[in-house]
Design a protein around this ligand. Structure first.
Ligand SMILES: Cc1cc2nc3c(=O)[nH]c(=O)nc-3n(C[C@H](O)[C@H](O)[C@H](O)COP(=O)(O)OP(=O)(O)OC[C@H]3O[C@@H](n4cnc5c(N)ncnc54)[C@H](O)[C@@H]3O)c2cc1C
Length: 376
């Protein structure tokens, strides 16, 4: 496909996504979802029907056959509207890849169309109460028993945890090596969801504890067919996960800057607009330069990823730089709102709270530095 055509296709897609969100995810809906701690389940189906879920799933599996840029369009349009709480980026940009890359042909034919339609919502469960950054410390186990594996353990902080119908669960198998299993939540016994955790931001996203007590899954649900491949599979998928998180951080800092330019031009002090103070202009000029640098870095990593050349170090550098920079930009913007910025009805206050997690989930900034340092 010619580049020009691709661009036109992306623009058409962006318009369709924007129209859908403006109609079905209004500020009133968002307030309701934040209050409820999750988006309406039906919204997932509507989003699926409108083509917002897993747009890079190939056509032979019921998807529209786009590429990663289509996922990014959805992330950006969510970020522009403060809809970071809708877990589509986790579902589409993070978890779908595990099914697409490691499930069998039959499984892909059975699952991917439902993943695209929103009939199946996805989650991924790596983190445990005693094992976050240090995944090798996980205690969840899967033991082979005849034609099945039996999973016992506990996970926490799992995004889409209350909603997910299908969860990729990381567990230790023979030789203490990590393996990934597909758990269809409605088809197993011994699986329970714990609390929908109360968070300081992204309240519309359900984040949960999960419990596995003798959960029996067919051996065919071990991704990749052989035990012990999980760590490698995680390492292969994590660079894309980090681009997804960086893209959301970038969208949030762009929104923060735009809101702050408008606000400082309207608000007055000492007989002039806040915008006219040299300090304001310098802060906003710095922010503008950081936003431009973030966009260029993100675009170059996306181009590498589309060529299959983005490695773990690239992904770590991007996530580290964009999320740390976004945090500084958003904090500077927040300051320029004065006391109003602290009020919940001002979107900057929500951006401030919603953005904080990006320096932690998907690997903390410190872990990103250890990955980068190993390459030096
Ligand atoms: C809102 C939210 C959503 C999440 N979604 C998911 C999800 O869907 N699936 C999932 O599996 N997990 C998810 N997580 C978990 C997230 O990925 C972990 O919280 C994160 O990886 C950090 O692990 P931890 O919280 O156990 O912190 P710890 O590992 O206990 O880290 C504590 C501190 O020690 C630092 N530290 C740790 N090791 C080192 C080191 N080697 N060198 C220097 N410093 C170090 C860390 O950087 C951090 O500052 C989510 C978390 C949150 C809060």
């Amino acid at each position: 496909m010619a580049l020009q055509e691709e661009n036109e296709l992306l623009t058409l897609y962006r318009d369709a996504v924007a129209r859908f969100l403006d109609r079905h995810a209004t500020p009133a809906d968002l307030d309701r979802w934040r209050e409820a701690g999750m988006v309406d389940r039906n919204f997932w189906n509507l989003a699926g029907e409108a083509g917002l879920l897993s747009p890079s799933v190939p056509e032979q599996y019921g998807g529209p056959g786009g590429d990663f840029r289509f996922e990014l369009v959805v992330i950006e349009e969510l970020g522009r509207r403060g809809l970071e709480g809708f877990g589509a980026p986790v579902h589409s940009g993070i978890v779908t890849g595990y099914i697409n890359d490691y499930a069998t042909e039959d499984q892909k034919r059975a699952w991917l169309p439902k993943i695209v339609s929103g009939e199946i919502v996805l989650g991924i469960a790596m983190t445990e109460p005693g094992a976050g950054s240090d995944l090798r410390g996980m205690r969840t186990r899967a033991v082979r028993d005849g034609k099945d594996y039996v999973i016992d353990g506990q996970k926490t902080f799992i995004s889409n945890g209350q909603t997910a119908d299908m969860i990729i669960v990381a567990a230790k198998t023979e030789g203490d090596r990590i393996s990934l299993f597909v758990v269809e939540t409605a088809c197993v016994e011994g699986f329970t969801r714990g609390r929908n955790l109360h968070k300081m931001g992204r309240e519309a996203q359900d984040t949960s504890e999960l419990f596995f007590e003798g959960v029996r899954v067919p051996a065919g649900h071990l991704l990749g067919g052989e035990p012990g491949k999980g760590f490698g599979q995680l390492m292969a998928q994590l660079p894309q996960e980090r681009v997804v998180i960086a893209a959301m951080g970038q969208a949030m800092m762009e929104r923060a800057l735009a809101l702050t330019i408008d606000y400082t031009k309207e608000r007055k002090a000492f007989g002039q607009a806040i915008f006219d103070f040299q300090n304001t202009q310098f802060k906003l000029a710095e922010a503008r330069a950081q936003v431009a640098a973030g966009r260029a870095f993100l675009d170059s990593c996306v181009a590498r990823h589309l060529d299959d050349k983005l490695d773990a170090v690239d992904g770590a550098m991007l996530k580290l730089w964009v999320t740390e920079t976004a945090w500084k930009v958003i904090d500077d913007c927040f300051q320029l709102f004065g006391g109003y910025g602290y009020m919940d009805e001002y979107p900057i206050s929500r951006i401030f709270r919603d953005a904080r997690i990006d320096r932690i989930h998907g690997g903390t900034s410190e872990i990103m530095k250890t990955i980068i340092a190993r390459s030096l």
